[in-house]
Write a protein that binds this ligand. Structure first.
Ligand code: F6P
Length: 367
């Protein structure tokens, strides 16, 4: 029997989409939403490739519990995703220009007879969702990013999986670094925030951790490595976030922003490795973990978080608590206004306990 909230909400059918870069746990959220909705006799329409599913015809399908069977442990997203499909400024491939498709999104929302939307995405997708909420589309957001840099939630799913993968990589690099008496520099994701580098670095026992929040001084990094040498450690592990930069310098880019594409970060590990070799005389190698951090099965922590987010998102929809985002405020999953989230980045605070712990462990943060 439906509860009184279900009867009162008037929500019978809602859409779900995934936007931005993928993160392990997206499928777990989709599964949780579909299963929770089925328990409340609601119909879920899966929209393909983020807002493209509301721009282009026939880019949606009904999702039944049988359609989400077995996806809890699978990375990626069964709905597909894109990080270049902002409907307010949609790229036109043929002309290279841009077009505003936002009216079409609102029309398609009504045409599909949807009562609400669940939008799973990072800062960019949630900002777009908030614009549609202001234009009268009832929706609830679910935060996603391996970078863990969304404000108002202590964790996003995907982060724990990325940290576990990076920690395993650091463990593997330790043995080869030690065998060859080398310095290994490993680059992890994290455009604006150093959560992955900091957590994986501490978990993997790194000797130097470079994060976007602390501009680094190569002289200090090299001195730290030479000091380890003097104390008998003939190898070192340096973990750098892709967005780390030297004092007075810039982030390392593979490609400038172009059209709908944001700038592509990368290459800092190569630069840091070359500089370390020059300053210390020690043989140094670099490795970029890249998109391997976004792939694979979510950890149990991420599966639980994603499942709780999905179930709570359906509750919020039934309560008509729109314009909100589900968030983890341990031990609870709460609703926060989307308004408080958009346009902000959750950086690593410089006095954060894990930063202080890293320093207490003798890890150099390059400053
Ligand atoms: O936002 C998550 C993230 O993993 C960033 O750390 C990284 O810079 C970016 O995605 C890369 O995304 P893509 O290659 O899909 O454009």
């Amino acid at each position: 029997m439906p509860s009184s909230v279900e009867k009162r909400s008037g929500v019978k059918r809602f859409g779900i989409m995934t936007g931005g870069g993928d993160a392990p746990g997206l499928n777990a959220v989709i599964r949780a939403v579909v299963k929770s909705a089925a328990s409340c006799k609601c119909e879920v329409i899966g929209l393909e490739d983020s807002f493209d599913g509301l721009i282009e015809p026939d880019r949606c399908r009904t999702l039944l519990p049988k359609d989400v069977r077995g996806i809890l442990r699978i990375g990626g997203t069964i709905l597909g995703t894109t990080n270049r499909g902002n409907p307010f400024s949609y790229p036109i491939d043929t002309s290279g220009g841009k077009r505003d498709y936002s009216d079409r999104v609102v029309e398609m929302f009504h045409h599909l007879k949807l009562d609400a939307l669940v939008v799973i995405g990072g800062d960019g997708t949630l900002a777009i969702a908030y614009e549609f909420f202001k234009r009268g589309v009832p929706l609830v957001g679910v935060p996603k990013t391996i970078d863990n840099d969304i404000v108002e939630t202590t964790n996003t799913f995907g982060f724990d999986t990325a940290v576990s993968f990076a920690t395993d990589a650091i463990d593997r690099l330790h043995t080869t670094a030690e065998a060859h008496h080398r310095v290994m520099v490993v680059e992890v994701m994290g455009r604006y925030a150093g959560w992955i580098a900091l957590y994986a670095g501490v978990a993997g026992g790194a000797d130097v951790i470079l994060i976007p929040e602390i501009a680094f001084d190569m002289e200090k990094v090299a001195a730290h490595i030479l000091e380890r040498e003097r104390l008998g450690a003939r190898f070192s592990i340096v973990v750098t976030a892709e967005g780390a930069k030297p004092i007075g310098g810039k982030v390392s880019l593979i490609k400038e922003a172009q059209g709908a594409f944001v700038e592509r970060l990368g290459g800092v590990a190569v630069l840091v490795a070359a500089d370390i070799e020059k300053r210390t005389g020690k043989e140094t190698r670099s490795v970029v973990l890249g998109h391997l951090q976004r792939g694979g099965a979510p950890t149990s922590f991420d599966r639980i978080l994603a499942t709780r987010f999905g179930a709570r998102a359906v509750e919020l929809i039934l309560e008509r608590n729109f314009g909100t985002m589900v968030a983890f405020h341990p031990p609870d999953i709460v609703a926060v206004p989307l308004e408080n989230v958009v346009g902000k980045t959750r950086n690593v605070p410089l006095d954060f306990d894990v930063v202080r712990t890293a320093r207490a462990m003798g890890i150099s943060l390059g400053d």
